[in-house]
Design a protein around this ligand. Sequence first.
Ligand SMILES: [Zn+2]
Length: 356
Amino acid sequence: MNRLFEIKELDKKVYEEELRDFLPEKIIDIHTHSWLDEFMGVDEEEEKRAVTWTSLVAKDNSIEDLFETYRLMFPDKEVTPLIFSFPNLQLDLASGNQYCSHATQSHHCHALLVSVPEWSAAEYRSKLLAGNFVGGKVYLNYAPRSIAQNDIGIFDFIPHHQLSVLDELGAILMLHIPRAARLKDSDNIREMLEIADKYPHIRVIIAHIGRAYCNEDLGNALELLQAAKSFYYDFSANTNAYVMSELLKAVGAKRVLFGSDLPILRMRMRRICENGHYVNLVPPGLYGDVSGDKNMREVSPEEGEGMTFFMYEELLAFKQAASQLALTKDDINDVFYGNADRLLQEVDTGLRGLRS
Ligand SMILES: [Zn+2]
């Protein structure tokens, strides 16, 4: 076993028989987290003592581990990532951002700045430029504590004055949308359309296809979002072939991007939907006690033996969608490489003159 995670015969078989020839030689992973465990706070003792299943998948993901993961999972491909820190309230924000910024100097990768809404426009702009970032990653956990989880709107964690900065810079916004109804939520859709309308130069990437993990999460969102002609969608941490094919039908192959959401994608699992809610089925014992998590469920040891990586499950789902729609080799190359490569080059070119 290598020092990161076990690779079984089953995993090799899935890769060699299903994925190797399907995937292009060069891949850009547009959605990856990289951070070190030492950036996590030590003050909240109780939190630290409780071993959660996510930390059993990976307690951190150094830039070296990330590249090693690609080498292990895609032995004959060249994968480069767009990285950002782990948006967790216990993680020291400045250390996480600085780590990703430094990684862009030492490794072949790009990075996004994880931000809090309290930063002024000037602060946000100077942090983006000084750190060599190509845009921002925002997360609902950074919305003011006074707002209840289900009431958090997009502008609570990426306020208008910061959107104006991204628009002026023509930078990327990696947007993980809030709210329990996910992509189909009418408030989410209204706010997304407002961003497309008011800030046409932001390169918006809707993460995880707007968290539409089950068929029921789509509603008529893709139809309404047609108006947001510049949006990209990454299918990171999504294993739903139907959702992927509906997305491809709605926006075409030029606005769909491969993303992983590593390191969580190292997990062994298979995802099902029950009454519109997703459940990650996992091998027994592998991720500690998951009984308290309604999105996790253990299966029998026999069934667990047949489980491969979340990463491969995501890719198998995309392959299924691609074959249903008869995507060409060029389309597939665009989704895994070309679209992201053009996007990053355009953003980089626009920012180059401003950084010095
Ligand atoms: Zn993520």
